[in-house]
Design a protein around this ligand. Structure first.
Ligand SMILES: C/C=C/C(=O)SCCNC(=O)CCNC(=O)[C@H](O)C(C)(C)COP(=O)(O)OP(=O)(O)OC[C@H]1O[C@@H](n2cnc3c(N)ncnc32)[C@H](O)[C@@H]1OP(=O)(O)O
Ligand SMILES: NC(=O)C1=CN([C@@H]2O[C@H](COP(=O)(O)OP(=O)(O)OC[C@H]3O[C@@H](n4cnc5c(N)ncnc54)[C@H](OP(=O)(O)O)[C@@H]3O)[C@@H](O)[C@H]2O)C=CC1
Length: 445
């Protein structure tokens, strides 16, 4: 591993040098264990503690197959899907690995008694498999998390529609919270030169998801002037949705849960901000009954902030807790676009407000390669910035995931994998200097 790190840190290393490095037989990786999937049985979601289920193991290097790449991971980040894996909800991700393992001789490699998690990375290509021409050892890359087989016609219009579409490091093995990761070469994208490894790794999954969900024609197709209601506007997805709304000339209405988070949104340039905690919205009277009066109070507040206008697009992900309110506050003909259900997936809303006012609900999930590429390009051009707050060592990933599970974090939480310290990997200091305040906006708050 030292030889790999030395090559990455030497400015003189060539592609041949990387190709000639003897790869280690094993490496360190963050895992969950198949024989522990019942460890939290009987506990509430909140009580399930990722620090207990996430392990740092020495694991064997997987064999490299056609169309694949082995990447030395300098940094990764914690996504909420790793929280789901670590608490074995809504189901154990070993079910995904078993199913994937049945597809072919090659995919059998994924069906193991441990699951190496993580759906983001920034690092350096070490080896490429047969049929890979676009990438070479030594290339500095980030990886998006869409894994597709594309053997069926279904995915050839929009790769997210491939029947064998999976999220790498969640529904496949050999993820990014590790020293080495195995990816398909069509997951690779150039690392933005002006960012450090941990900054470059942080946006990947959430930035691509927010881009499809809000901006892409496959999602809400946001346009200038749209009023966009953004739940969790300083969180993982929301911190990018807010930036897309501002950069695209829309009007974000940011919902957050503390004055500190409100301040972050303000510093990004948002003006309409709702502190859901301070204003005490209670959309559910009890577990079964919603309170339409609270939807109305929320809608009134939005009208106050917009000068009487309603919402064109809701950027939804909290799910059960907020969905009824989201449908209600959307304007006639408006769009609710959803990619998740953090607070519960059995949604309830008053359908009269949907059909009578011709509203649409759009399901959105991650992004295809082109959308991920476009989202990464905006980062590389300094139009959208990483929202990295805190950075953990690989051995502290459990704590990092705990922070995200308990909503103790801001923006994105980073993890150093092979990178010995923060701040390394910047190749364009001039461009960095231009954007330094925006890059550091979420740091250490
Ligand atoms: C990028 C980051 C993203 C995120 O963070 S997202 C948040 C985290 N993700 C999640 O929480 C999602 C986790 N995944 C799941 O909960 C499950 O993954 C799904 C509910 C999405 C799917 O459930 P399943 O059981 O895996 O798949 P089925 O498609 O329901 O297949 C089960 C059986 O049902 C059959 N079936 C499917 N559709 C139909 C139909 N329309 N009519 C009849 N049968 C159907 C299938 O064929 C199959 O059958 P057979 O078991 O025999 O293979
Ligand atoms: N389908 C896909 O492709 C993707 C799905 N996801 C899913 O989206 C969800 C959010 O991910 P991410 O943004 O990274 O997570 P974060 O935890 O970083 O941010 C979510 C934010 O949502 C707000 N929130 C949480 N619960 C509630 C609630 N009950 N009511 C209102 N607001 C709430 C919180 O903000 P505050 O407290 O300030 O209001 C929180 O910070 C997860 O379930 C994740 O699995 C994520 C990425 C891709």
């Amino acid at each position: 591993m030292k030889e790999i790190l030395d090559a990455i840190q030497s400015p003189d290393s060539t592609s041949e040098d990387f190709a000639n490095i003897k790869l280690p037989e094993s490496y360190r990786a963050v895992t969950v264990h198949k024989d522990e999937t019942e460890m939290f049985a009987g506990l509430s979601t909140r009580e399930k503690d990722p620090r207990k289920s996430l392990h740092l193991d020495q694991v064997p290097l997987p064999e490299l197959g056609p169309g694949e790449a082995l990447v030395a991971v300098m940094a990764s980040s914690v996504n909420y899907n790793s929280v789901w894996t670590s608490i074995f909800e809504p189901l154990s991700t070993f079910a995904f690995l078993e199913r994937y393992g049945k597809l072919s001789e090659l995919t059998k490699r994924h069906d193991l008694p441990y699951h190496i998690i993580g759906s983001d990375l920034a690092g350096v290509v070490l080896r490429t498999g047969p049929g890979v021409n676009a990438w070479r050892p030594g290339d500095e890359v980030v990886a998006h998390c869409l894994s597709v087989e594309l053997e069926s016609s279904d995915g050839h219009n929009d790769t997210m529609l491939d029947p064998e579409q999976r999220i790498w490091g969640f529904e496949t093995n050999f993820g990014g919270l590790a020293e080495i990761a195995l990816v398909k070469s069509n997951q690779l994208m150039p690392k933005p030169d002006h960012l450090s490894w941990e900054e470059a790794a942080a946006p990947g999954l959430v930035n691509s998801t927010a881009y499809r969900q809000l901006v892409s024609r496959n999602g809400a197709g946001m346009k200038q002037g749209d009023n966009v209601l953004i739940w969790g506007a300083s969180g993982g997805l929301g911190s990018y949705a807010t930036q897309f709304a501002l950069a695209g000339g829309a009007n974000p209405i940011c919902v957050v849960s503390s004055p500190q988070k409100a301040e972050i949104c303000r510093s990004m340039g948002a003006e309409a901000i709702i502190d859901r905690n301070a204003e005490g919205y209670k959309f559910w009277k009890d577990e079964q009954t919603q309170d339409p009066k609270e939807w109305k109070r929320f809608g009134k507040r939005i009208r106050e902030l917009t000068g009487g206008e309603d919402i064109d697009i809701v950027f939804e992900h909290p799910g059960r807790e907020t969905f009824g309110a989201s449908v209600y506050v959307t304007r006639k003909g408006g769009t609710i676009t959803t990619c998740a259900s953090t607070s519960g997936y059995m949604h309830e809303y008053d359908n009269r407000y949907l059909w009578m006012s011709l509203k649409r609900i759009i399901g959105s999930h991650f992004a295809n390669y082109r959308e991920a590429w476009e989202a990464n390009r905006l980062i590389a051009k300094g139009k959208i910035h990483p929202t990295l707050s805190k950075v953990y060592a690989l051995e502290d990933t459990g704590q990092a995931a705990y922070d995200v599970h308990r909503n103790l974090h801001q923006g994105k939480v980073g993890v150093l994998c092979l990178a010995p310290e923060e701040g390394l990997g910047v190749r364009d200091p001039e461009m960095r200097a231009k954007h330094i305040d925006a890059i550091n906006r979420f740091r250490n708050i």
